[in-house]
Design a protein around this ligand. Sequence first.
Ligand code: NDP
Length: 309
Amino acid sequence: MIYEIIIIGAGPAGMSAAIYACRKKLSTLILSKDIGGQTAKSWEVENYLGYSLISGVELSEKFKEHLDQFECVDFKLGAEVIKLKKISKVFEIITKTGEKYQGKTVIIASGKNPRQLNVPGEKEFWGRGLTYCPTCDAPLFKDKVVAVIGGGDSALKATYQLTKIAKKIYLLVRDEKFRKDLDKILLENTTASDKVEVIFNTSTIKISGDKFVKALEYENLATKEKKKLEVQGIFVEIGSIPAVEFCKNLVKLNQGNEIEIDEHNMTSVPGIFAAGDVTKVIEKQTIIAAGEGAKAAIAAANYLSRQKQ
Ligand code: NDP
């Protein structure tokens, strides 16, 4: 079967695209490793239209319930796409387990993956005290001393979340002060807690322990002094990398490896569209990803009807 639209990813962009594709009565396939993407890993989502506050898991479930009302979608959960290529007039997608799917159009909504520190001990202690997912793992650190690494909104959010659980939180920021573009309310709430100790000018150099994490070593970038913090948990929140491995040689990317799109969400390859955090769209927010997914599906539907004429 050749689908009219194949959507890669089931975060807010992918699910919203699928709903709009169904409204246009197009045969649609979603291929995704998981449901909800980064939204499902968010402890709380604030100000998604209609909800002043909702957990990321609950919001993702609501997206899925909404999508389930439509019958035109085939949903392959657990599918990891490893290759996207153009064969004559159709696109072929290959998954890690070797399945092949063909579509007349594709919407890439694969989101981003967490950036890693690449320091000794990181791989070894991943899942043994070191985590990239505060929402999943913060409850494991009740009354413990932990470190959060990063200076963006994600690091602030993780730290704020941990103020309700952990005993003490070191927030290790690489810059010499907080960035000006941070969410002001989040910054105020996070730094107001006396459980939080912010350490600027830090570069993590090593993570150590035995069965579990026991310490983190960092260098003070101003003084070059090396220090060790005794911690039982480490939350790495240093941004994320677009999930473009499967299409990086096909569609044009910008310098940050985000997919270049035009105002109709079309990539450099006609028939391939992209939406959400994997694209160059500036604000990475659930509500924006959902809107972008809708736009991409409408554009793909218009593209298909032009092809038929
Ligand atoms: P960002 O890219 O905004 O921030 C990444 C941070 O990690 C920077 O402070 C960066 O430091 C630091 N960093 C990068 N590499 C390293 C390293 N090797 N060691 C130490 N520090 C490092 O990513 P975020 O995930 O924080 O945010 C992504 C987007 O999502 C943003 O647009 C943000 O606003 C949005 N967001 C919004 C939230 C909200 O509640 N409104 C919550 C979470 C995210 P440096 O500056 O030195 O490069």
